[in-house]
Design a protein around this ligand. Structure first.
Ligand code: ADP
Ligand code: MG
Length: 693
């Protein structure tokens, strides 16, 4: 149970003074439903109200706090005119302006003949100073109601800065000091404040510099979040590993046959990864391993050999892919090799229905199918396995963690192998997959020709198309990728259809279109024409992003390349350069680009190294966007910015491991405080695991 001290943090925002249902709903949208969420809502800027000039000296355009004597009110003569108030100090006159104000209220705030402190932006109109809608008007006795440095919070439609300020600072009033969860020596070395001080400082910035990510208070808050994330992952990892696994040793007989049937030798990276995988499989603990390797680095063979090791022991293996096309392609490439070893393989997807499906399920249930390849269909309720020993999840970034768990639940102590082609920077790796061991495929199979990548302005489209005609005549196949507009499927479709019509006029029957809204059967038929080589140019939205393998395709055009993430461009580009011929990737860009967009496309044209590209992407865009939070299962960070706090991430990773090594049940004094930290960042599940462990 969550400790009592945290109750106020988890109260609804509507429990704060001045926050009713309407404002509460808006704050919920802006920050979150709980008091706690407001604490994490940090200011982005500051307004400095310490500038206290005489009226005559006040610089136009600057925020100033003035001490004024109120002279006369000039209420609006009609609704289009402002209510004006003339005031002065000993240096000169200034007019305060209120449009659509309530005159009675304005007169009450600014009684004639009295002195008021007025803070707002000074402007000059026809050479005379004025101030429209001051931010603060207070009597001298209440001068301290005007913050000298005012934090400016991110807003949402319907709430004013004042409302957000009041709510956040109301929330801050609920903060009580909590027992320190950081290691005292570490805290001292970093010279970080205590947690509650760090929060107070973050919301009451002393200067502009207090907003920087390297401010000690901000760093501490970021670290707390990273530590909570890492500790939760480390607990899950320890928990998963505690479940007894199986020791799969095998006699190597099936693997030997497949290695003999392969037309190539394994790369060094493939050998190393397999060694790591085999060690995991042989130990009696569960394997939880991620194989990370660029597109085309040869992950499928690695998966197959691991699966055969399980099969040699009489167990079954499953390979799960995110799409129908990809599952079938895996089946096509694995089937002949499995045949060579005398191993039975079947493929199961959502498309298998009725009797055919029943037959497949029966063979999986009685164990006559040794390797099952498929989509999400593999872990549906009515699928049961005779003896599932190893589950391989391909292109993990398309699946969430719970899907990983669902397939593992189809057996007991199932070994898990997760494969991803998204080269994830180390820091992100730790936040998303801190619970997995990692093998990396660093080198590519030999004989690959480099891909030449060029960035071309969209207004040279005709030249590009003419160039493609020549290439196609020489026998090349072309992918044409249309831009994806996040918000609108309809617009995507229109863009793709328009482009298709345009290219069809040039290439006739040689052009095919594939997009997300097509029926699976239509999609597959079109893909098939391209795979067979009947169609020479495949116009597509990003459905080709994962998997498909057409070695004859040596040209890729990506429209509005500036709209894609670097990782995504890299994935797309990996579709070409698969055969023995040189390949070209043409990035069509909009005529006008931001500096960052220009730089990003430059990275693409200069490098083919997925890991380097991923690091650059993180640097240029920030963490949230690199993988797309929703797709990656990457936890959203509220306080930490992984593109800036990468070093802290590493420290938190080490810290979490050390903590659990010394105090696996989090039962020491510090351990108990760390539990509070986990609750604070809503990692309740990790604590539940701690209990059951
Ligand atoms: P990915 O890592 O993208 O899944 P694949 O497993 O699809 O890559 O492999 C891409 C291609 O490289 C396939 O045609 C595969 O047969 C081939 N391949 C894999 N390993 C090697 C190797 N060691 N030497 C040569 N070709 C290889
Ligand atoms: Mg693959």
């Amino acid at each position: 149970m969550r400790p009592d001290v945290l109750f106020p943090f988890f109260a609804e925002v509507t429990s704060l003074p001045g926050v009713g249902a309407r404002i509460g709903a808006l704050l919920g949208k802006l920050a979150g439903p709980h008091v706690l969420d407001l604490l994490w809502h940090l200011p982005r800027e500051v307004i400095d109200r310490r500038y206290r000039p005489q009226v005559a000296d006040a610089a136009p355009g600057r925020i100033a706090t003035l001490e004024l004597t109120v002279d006369r009110h000039h209420p609006a003569s009609d609704r289009r005119r402002p209510h004006r108030v003339t005031c002065h100090d000993k240096s000169g006159q200034i007019t305060l302006i209120f449009f659509k104000g309530n005159s009675g209220y304005i007169q009450q705030m600014l009684p004639e003949g009295e002195i008021r402190l007025v803070s707002g932006r000074v402007e000059h109109y026809s050479g005379k100073p004025q101030m429209a809608h001051p931010d603060f008007i207070v009597p001298l006795a209440q001068a301290d109601e005007i913050p000298s440095i005012e934090p400016v919070y991110p807003l949402t439609a319907g709430v004013t800065p004042k409302v957000v300020y009041k709510a956040v600072h109301g929330a801050l009033g609920k903060v009580v000091p909590l027992g320190e969860w950081l290691d005292p020596a570490f805290l001292e070395k970093k010279a970080w404040p205590a947690w509650h001080d760090a929060l107070q400082q973050a919301h009451n910035p002393a200067t502009e510099k207090s907003l920087m990510p390297e401010d000690p208070g901000r760093e501490r808050l970021a670290y707390d979040e990273l530590l909570a994330n890492q500790l939760a992952l480390a607990i899950m990892r320890a928990q998963a590993r505690k479940q007894a696994g199986h020791s799969w040793i095998g006699d190597g007989r099936l693997r030997k046959k497949v290695l003999e049937a392969l037309p190539f030798a394994l790369t060094g990276s493939q050998e190393t990864s397999l060694k790591e995988i085999y060690e995991d499989m042989e130990s009696d603990r569960r394997m939880l391993r991620l194989v990370q390797g660029d597109v085309g680095s040869g992950k499928t063979v690695v998966a197959l050999l691991a699966m055969l090791k399980a099969v040699e022991c009489g167990a079954q293996a499953a390979l799960m892919a995110p799409t129908e096309i990809l599952a079938r392609q895996h089946y096509e490439s694995i089937k002949p090799l499995a045949d060579a070893a005398g191993v039975t393989v079947s493929v199961l997807t959502g498309r298998d229905k009725g009797k055919a499906r029943k037959g497949l399920l029966a063979e999986i249930a009685d164990g006559s199918t040794q390797i099952v390849i498929g989509t999400h269909a593999l872990f549906q309720d009515d699928v049961s396995y005779a003896r599932l020993g190893l589950a391989v999840v391909d292109e993990q970034h398309r699946f969430g963690v719970h899907q990983r768990l669902a397939i593992a639940a189809k057996g007991t102590g199932v070994d898990m192998l997760v494969m991803t082609a998204t080269p994830i920077p180390r820091t992100l790796m730790m936040t998303a997959y801190g619970d997995l061991d990692v093998s990396r495929l660093m080198d590519k199979p030999p004989g690959r020709k480099p891909i030449q990548t060029v960035v071309v302005n969209m207004d040279r489209l005709d030249e590009v198309v003419a160039g493609l005609q020549r290439k196609v005549q020489e026998g090349a196949q072309v992918y044409w990728v249309c831009p994806l507009v996040e918000e609108s499927d309809v617009m995507n479709l229109t863009a793709a259809e328009d482009r298709f019509a345009h290219l069809q006029a040039v290439f006739g029957d040689h052009a095919v279109l594939v997009h997300g809204q097509m029926k699976a059967t239509e999609k597959d038929a079109a893909m098939e024409r391209f795979v067979k080589g009947d169609a020479r140019i495949l116009v597509a939205t990003t459905v080709i992003e994962v998997g498909v393998n057409v070695p004859e395709a040596t040209v890729m055009v990506i429209e509005h390349a500036e709209n894609f993430g670097l990782a995504q461009l890299h994935q797309l580009r990996g579709r070409i350069g698969r055969g023995d011929k040189a390949s070209t990737c043409i990035l069509l860009r909009a005529p006008h680009l931001t500096e960052t967009a220009r730089e990003r496309l430059k990275v693409m044209s200069e490098s083919e190294d997925g890991f380097l590209i991923a690091e650059k992407d993180l640097e240029l865009r920030g963490a949230g966007e690199v993988l797309g939070t929703r797709q990656s299962g990457l936890p959203e960070m509220k306080l930490a910015d992984l593109s800036l706090h990468g070093d802290l991430m590493k420290a938190a990773y080490d810290d979490a491991r050390l903590i659990l090594a010394n105090d696996p049940g989090l039962e020491s004094d510090r351990g108990r405080n760390l539990r509070t930290l986990l609750y604070l960042f809503e990692r309740d599940q990790a604590i539940a695991n701690l209990r059951s462990g």
